[in-house]
Design a protein around this ligand. Structure first.
Ligand code: SF4
Length: 63
């Protein structure tokens, strides 16, 4: 599984970063950096939480 970002929806609030910092980082310009996209089984719960917590629904998990 992979996580994907819809950059047209992301507003750089960084909630995803606070929940799954191995995957997401908001840089100094407020742009989201996707540090990695492949999700290991043991990482799925935290990425799911980040996806569900994104206020703009910019994140998705795809298989
Ligand atoms: S929580 Fe959503 S809007 Fe905020 S930086 Fe992450 S993807 Fe972008």
């Amino acid at each position: 599984m992979k996580v994907v970002v819809d950059r047209s929806k992301c507003t750089g609030l960084g909630i995803c970063e606070s929940l799954a910092s191995a995957f997401f980082e908001v840089d100094d310009d407020g742009d989201l950096l996707l540090l990695k996209e492949d999700i290991a089984d043991h990482e799925l719960a935290e990425v799911e939480e980040a996806v569900q917590s994104c206020p703009t629904e910019a994140l998705r998990i795809v298989s």
